[in-house]
Design a protein around this ligand. Structure first.
Ligand code: HEM
Length: 338
């Protein structure tokens, strides 16, 4: 796995140079309604559901920060006292019936409810890289995947032309293809993908990229096991494991060094960067299907506590507005989740 992350990083750096002219100018923002319309045209419209990560389940948990985390950031998340967390696990994509036994994305979205009403939100994914490095490139990729009304399938020539001009959009798919189907929401790594700045009491800012790593280790299914599990096993599996007290993650931060690239969701930090354990997240209970406190939350990664700051990654700031528009649409339609 580490080897693969390194090669993804190397490939991405090599391709960045090649694709420098292939991206739209970063100065042209994508209108959030246009973005959401494109999600619906490409993946279909499932009323009431999130336009991404539609098949999900709410849970709650507790986070306890470490002294090492307190040395990096003044955030009250790291006080060492238990902090309640509203959790959402989901399968990637807009389809609320997306199969659990495919080599696709799993998500871990978290809201830390901090003292004094402060909130920290994040949405993490089961790959070290996202599928695009700028909002314009993401929009272009979605447009290239839009099904043709006649054939009901994307035009392979358009898909290829866009990917040839923007090769980073293929890195994430290659990563998923190289990994087994996760045996559980609780047995896979989740990456934040963006860099964030951790600011301590002396005002020092350390950038890093985080990973939530399952305490019980990684567990994948063979192709035969995945087939036998069928398309809907993850929610029940999660409930059983949480009942048995088995679902917990180490919140780890890889520290960036000077000259590391920290503004791209398609370029991980180089292999071997120092990793600091920020604390332990334990999942304590899982909601009934379709219910729970995460239903009407949008996990906007720009909602950060004092002591944590965003990086200049253009994908990070670009998430806030489409998430808000997405929340507006699904609330208007009657918020649902599978
Ligand atoms: C401009 C880029 C992006 C757009 C337009 C976009 C769009 C969306 C939308 C519309 C939702 C549903 C929001 C809701 O209804 O509450 C969503 C959810 C999500 N996105 Fe993105 N996204 C972007 C980038 C990213 C990136 C870079 C990541 C990588 C970490 C990511 C990870 C997630 C996750 C984990 C969820 C599910 C959160 C949940 O359970 O509520 N997204 N995205």
């Amino acid at each position: 796995m580490t080897k693969l992350v390194l090669s993804a990083a190397a490939a991405a750096s090599a391709m960045l140079a090649a694709s420098a002219y292939a991206q739209s100018p970063a100065a042209t923002p994508v209108d959030p309604n246009t973005f959401l319309n494109q999600f619906e045209s490409t993946f279909g419209k499932f009323e009431g559901f999130r336009r991404s990560g539609a098949k999900g389940v709410c849970a709650v948990g507790e986070f306890v920060g470490t002294a090492d985390a307190r040395a990096l950031s003044t955030s009250s998340a790291f006080s060492g006292k238990p902090v309640p967390v509203v959790v959402r696990f989901s399968v990637g994509g807009a389809n609320p019936k997306a199969p659990d036994n495919a080599k696709s994305q799993r998500n871990l979205a978290l809201q830390f409810d901090l003292p004094g009403g402060e909130v920290w939100q994040m949405g993490n994914i089961s790959a070290p890289v996202f599928g695009a490095s700028s909002p314009q490139q993401f929009f272009g990729r979605l447009a290239s995947l839009q099904p043709d009304p006649a054939t009901k399938a994307a035009d392979p020539a358009k898909v290829k032309a866009f990917a040839d001009a923007n090769p980073e959009v293929l890195l994430q798919g290659k990563y998923f293809a190289s990994q087994p189907v996760p045996a559980s929401f609780g047995s896979v790594n989740y990456w934040g993908v963006h860099a964030f700045g951790f600011v301590n009491a002396s005002g020092n800012k350390q950038f890093g990229k985080w990973i939530f790593e399952p305490v019980g280790g990684l567990q994948g299914l063979t192709d035969d096991e995945a087939k036998a599990k069928g398309p809907a096993f993850l929610f029940d599996d999660l409930r059983q494991r949480v009942k048995d007290g088995q679902v917990a993650f180490n919140f780890n931060l890889e520290l960036a060094e000077p000259n590391d690239k920290i503004d791209s969701a398609t370029v991980p930090l180089p292999e071997g960067r120092k990793k600091v354990n920020l604390g332990l997240l334990k999942i304590t209970s899982v909601s009934e299907d379709g219910a729970g406190p995460c239903l009407t939350i949008t996990y906007n990664p720009m909602v950060l506590p004092k002591g944590i700051e965003p990086s200049a990654d253009p994908m990070l700031a670009a998430r806030a507005a489409p998430y808000a528009v997405g929340l507006g649409r699904r609330l208007t339609e009657g918020a649902k989740q599978q």
